[in-house]
Design a protein. Structure first.
Length: 175
């Protein structure tokens, strides 16, 4: 059984090692999520420490999925923005451990992130994903739309420069 929980900073810090393990496993499996060396644990741990700080400031929200009290997935929702962007949020770091895939975890993480964004009065979500990635099909099935692609946007773990696809989803305002 998979459980889901929004993390506060203390909870995120308690799960720093598990979050780092998750990110490392996804990068080693070829995920294009900003990291090019799955063995660079110092960089991965620093990433999670900085994201925990964003939880304190309210700039980000972190949702984790866990099985048997072990983190198997997560998604981040960037909600802090400039005054002209208070209506939007950015979805990032949708991760599911390779051994926990094909169980609907990513779909549920996205649904819960969308619900949270609506509760925060967000009416537009944005994200980017590696062009041609399997995640694109998931996003499209959830009603996301493609805004466009940027060639050579990110370097892969093999050193190739790959395109990214920018996507968006409009959310209905809550009454």
């Amino acid at each position: 059984m998979t459980n889901f929980a929004w993390m506060d900073v203390a909870q995120a810090r308690q799960r720093l090692t598990q979050l780092s393990d998750l990110l490392q496993a996804c990068v080693a499996d070829g995920a294009s999520i900003g990291f090019t060396d799955p063995q660079d644990l110092a960089v991965i741990e620093q990433f999670w420490r900085s994201r925990a700080a964003n939880l304190v400031s309210g700039e980000s929200e972190l949702l984790i999925a866990f099985q048997h009290n072990v983190v198997v997935g997560c998604v981040m929702l960037g909600v802090g923005s400039m005054p002209n962007g208070r209506h939007r949020a950015e979805v990032s770091k949708l991760l599911v451990h390779p051994r926990a895939r094909r169980q609907g975890i990513a779909r549920q993480l996205m649904r819960l992130a969308e619900q949270r964004a609506q509760a925060l009065d967000k009416t537009l979500l944005v994200l980017d994903t590696r062009s041609g990635d399997v995640a694109t099909d998931l996003y499209l099935s959830l009603g996301w739309q493609i805004a466009g692609a940027i060639p050579g946007y990110a370097e892969s773990i093999t050193g190739e420069r790959e395109a990214t696809t920018v996507m968006f989803k409009r959310l209905e305002r809550r009454p």
